[in-house]
Design a protein around this ligand. Structure first.
Ligand SMILES: Nc1ncnc2c1ncn2[C@@H]1O[C@H](COP(=O)(O)OP(=O)(O)OP(=O)(O)O)[C@@H](O)[C@H]1O
Length: 272
């Protein structure tokens, strides 16, 4: 019968399909977490499993019993510990499917130029600034913590807001696409202990938001005039404006790139 031969063929196809689907799922999971610190969580879970396997092979029954008892609390602990990173990973995963939609709503090259022009003026006048670009994850509570502006994006408005005597100069400005959504917003402070001692609350606030969301933040230092970027829980200090522009354009289309990778790319372009 034809369905018997189909069943025989399916006996071979089924395991291949299962392996293919599993490989694809693992690849998507890897893609989602590889760029963020959620990969640390996977590494910790893997160490646990390797330790478990070693105990099993060596028949260390006492340790095996302990590992068995602690498995669920350990996984729950990891999920709690890495919750912000997991949130960012899944946002990135989702973002891969809606790139076209995002591209239309993100700040474009000309608009980035006007933001960076303002940043350079602020640098020369030794004024500090924090400018936030939300990406996939909504940051409504952050926006609500400040004053809604919903104004057209312009260098002059950025300069006005961050001037010393204005009521809105303290806190962060939120930019979405071509709109200045809010200013004077309060950002969560980072609790990382291994960042430079010289970084004060402005840089800690930029890093804090980059730990808790997938937003990108420009920081202009009042003290040194350095322009830095934070995203994915990392701070890239003292960048040149063209580097910031290229990074922002890449980040807005979810190609998370470091300054080192940009320099590498530029040198490859030169060789070609
Ligand atoms: N949680 C926060 N959210 C938003 N803005 C903040 C926050 N904390 C501090 N700021 C901003 O940072 C300013 C203080 O910066 P501070 O000098 O402590 O930081 P810094 O990292 O040393 O930066 P700089 O190099 O500009 O001095 C505040 O006046 C305020 O505008």
């Amino acid at each position: 019968m034809w369905y018997e031969s189909l069943d025989a063929v399916m006996t071979y196809i089924r395991p291949v399909a299962e392996i293919g689907i599993l490989a694809w799922l693992f690849y998507r999971l890897y893609e989602a977490v590889a760029l963020t610190k959620a990969s640390h969580m996977l590494r910790l879970a893997l160490y646990y499993l390797l330790f478990f396997a070693a105990c099993y092979v060596l028949r260390l029954s006492m340790l095996l019993w302990l590992l068995h008892q602690f498995f669920v609390p350990y996984i729950v602990f990891l999920f709690l510990l890495y919750q912000p990173e997991l949130r960012r990973s899944f946002a990135q995963g989702k973002a891969l499917y809606s790139r076209r939609f995002r591209m239309n709503t993100m700040t474009n090259g000309d608009q980035i130029d006007s933001i960076l022009t303002a940043c350079e003026v602020l640098t020369s006048k030794r004024r500090g600034a924090l400018i936030v670009f939300p990406r996939r994850l909504a940051i409504r509570p952050i926006i609500e913590s400040g004053t809604r502006l919903n104004a057209d994006l312009s260098s002059s408005l950025i300069l006005t807001v961050f001037d010393h005597d204005t009521p809105l100069h303290d806190g962060a400005m939120i930019i979405q696409g071509d709109r200045i959504v809010a200013a004077g917003c309060y950002l969560p402070l980072s609790e990382q202990t291994d960042i430079r001692k010289s970084f004060g609350t402005r840089h800690r606030a930029a890093l804090g938001l980059a730990e808790e969301s997938d937003a990108v933040v420009i920081v202009v230092s009042e003290e040194t005039g350095a322009i830095s970027l934070t995203y994915n829980a990392n701070l890239y200090y003292d960048l040149k404006s063209p580097t910031v522009k290229r990074m922002l354009l890449a980040l807005f289309s979810y190609q998370d790139i470091t300054p080192e990778e940009l320099i590498e790319e530029a040198s490859i372009d030169e060789i070609e």
